[in-house]
Ligand binder design. Structure first.
Ligand code: BG6
Ligand code: MG
Length: 213
């Protein structure tokens, strides 16, 4: 078997926190007078770090912000986002995701998370997945965000596996680019399924079971 592990992105793959990201950024955008922050803009934020996501909004503002102000804005968004996450529970882990995770583990695959989010541990805890994964690499452990492969290389290192033996699952084009740059297989959901570089386009997470046989 070529793949010995699956490394999952978190937001938009394991859970629908991508919707909360959008709602929280929208709220922040409106507070600083950016009224045309759209879902198309939000697509560009998929997979990229918090500060880079902020820049995508600030491009739409006529005001110029200092580095200190930017840090404060990112923190403000994170507080809005965290209050949304507080309401999450195990019920927010889709049954099909749970079933797929257990089926993959049953087949002997190692399972890991490779996420840009600094809220990864909190989200996994809310979903009842604290301690479930064999390795978790997140935004607190890296200095370069996707499309740089650093977070996936960190996950592979924690698993003690070569990238070519790990399959990355992503909903973001930046994440697919990161996976390919690191020498990983790349499976894509949603927008990432339509991206030309994606090795395995998925219509649902359970399609993985046909790839890693
Ligand atoms: C990624 C999301 O998973 O995490 C991005 O796709 C987000 O939209 C990034 O900006 C950072 O998340 P956080 O939770 O650290 O603000
Ligand atoms: Mg994602």
């Amino acid at each position: 078997m070529k793949y010995r592990a699956v490394i999952f992105d978190l937001d938009g793959v394991i859970c629908s926190t991508d919707e909360y990201h959008f709602a929280a950024w929208k709220q922040l955008a409106e507070a600083i007078g950016v009224t045309d922050f759209s879902r198309a803009d939000s697509e560009l934020q998929r997979g990229v770090s918090r500060m880079e996501s902020l820049e995508i909004i600030l491009r739409k503002s006529e005001r110029r912000f200092s580095e200190e102000e930017k840090i404060a804005l990112a923190e403000r968004k994170n507080q809005i986002y965290r209050s949304m996450l507080e309401g999450m529970s195990e019920a927010d882990l889709p049954g099909s995701v749970r079933t797929t995770l257990f089926a993959l583990r049953e087949r002997g695959l190692k399972l890991a998370i490779g996420s840009s989010s600094k809220n990864t541990a909190f989200i996994l805890e809310r979903l009842g997945l604290g301690g479930f994964f064999d390795a978790v690499a997140d935004g607190n452990m890296i200095s370069r965000g996707k499309p740089d492969p650093e977070v996936f290389l960190k996950a592979a290192e924690l698993l003690a596996l070569e990238p070519c033996n790990c399959l990355v699952v992503e909903d973001a084009v930046a994440g697919i680019q990161a996976a390919l740059a690191g020498g990983f297989g790349a499976a894509g959901l949603g927008g990432a399924a339509k991206f030309e570089g994606t090795t395995y386009p998925l219509s649902s997470l359970s399609d993985l079971l046909a790839i890693v046989t």
